[in-house]
Write a protein that binds this ligand. Structure first.
Ligand code: MG
Length: 271
């Protein structure tokens, strides 16, 4: 009898613990997909005003602190298959896809940070962040199609392993890379950067949005209407001119990528 009572008490405890855990994880899931309602994407993080290095963890944290809806960064792969965050093909004269990771890590950014790995960057982007999407640009590789697929596969695996899938948006100038992302993870959100595909073509290929230089939309304003009809995400880069910010806000762009997130946030707040 005594042992039956203990067994019952144990199972009640286990069920209660199980319910608490499942509530906690569903709350976590809900938290991870609520983003700020502004359209502000900080280009390479919020770097300019505070003189942080572009693509640094400091610039990412500042974009989060500001409450931007997104913070953009650039991903490249070293010759020994490490993913790192850097815009240019070279980091302090070392060409990233011809350099081993250990050699890159001997150098540092102007604020003393090491060149971040993708994993480190995503982890920083998941810390104290309830507002900001991680807008991950995969840089094209000149090494060939096989390398491009390898980069995409490793990026997706790293995002998944870090638990950042629901916070991440993928952008690229390389259309094939985006199509590969869509094949490997149909739920992943993708936006094309190069400005040479119609909204209709993007929708046909399963790409979720247009993220084009603002001049493309000035030349082809009909693409704004078409994109809206097709339910595609509208994003323009890199918008630092206040008048163009006003125009894109008026046109109802979902996202505006800028080096001046403070200015754009201020505009949104006063609209
Ligand atoms: Mg970029």
């Amino acid at each position: 009898m005594f042992s039956i009572q203990i067994a019952i008490r144990h199972s009640v405890l286990l069920i209660t613990a199980g319910l608490a855990l499942s509530c906690a994880s569903s709350k976590q899931a809900n938290k991870s997909v609520s983003f700020a309602s502004n359209p502000v994407v900080a280009h390479r993080g919020a770097f300019l005003k505070n003189k942080f290095p572009e693509n640094s963890i400091a610039s990412l944290k500042e974009a989060i602190r500001l409450g931007s809806t997104g913070s953009e960064f650039d991903v490249r792969m070293t010759i020994d298959d490490s993913l790192v965050i850097n815009h240019d093909p070279a980091f302090q004269k070392l060409v990233i896809d011809k350099t081993i990771f250990a050699d890159l890590r001997k150098l540092s950014l102007s604020n003393g940070e090491a060149i971040p790995t993708l994993s480190e960057y995503l982890q920083a982007g998941l810390t104290n962040n309830k507002t900001t999407r991680l807008v991950l640009e995969i840089k094209p590789s000149d090494i060939g199609k096989e390398k491009a697929v390898q980069i995409v596969t490793k990026v997706l695996a790293t995002v998944k392993a870090t638990g950042a899938s629901s916070k991440t948006v993928y952008i690229s100038f390389d259309y094939e890379m985006l199509k590969t992302i869509h094949q490997l993870d149909p739920k992943a959100i993708t936006q094309y950067l190069n400005g040479d595909k119609s909204p209709e073509q993007l929708a046909k290929d399963g790409i979720n949005g247009l993220d084009y230089h603002f001049s493309v939309f000035q030349k082809k304003p009909e693409w704004i209407t078409e994109a809206k009809k097709l339910g595609l995400i509208l994003n323009a880069w890199t918008v630092n001119d206040p008048a163009i910010m006003d125009w894109l806000i008026k046109e109802g762009f979902d996202f505006i990528t800028t080096n001046e997130p403070e200015l754009l946030l201020q505009k949104i707040a006063t609209k």
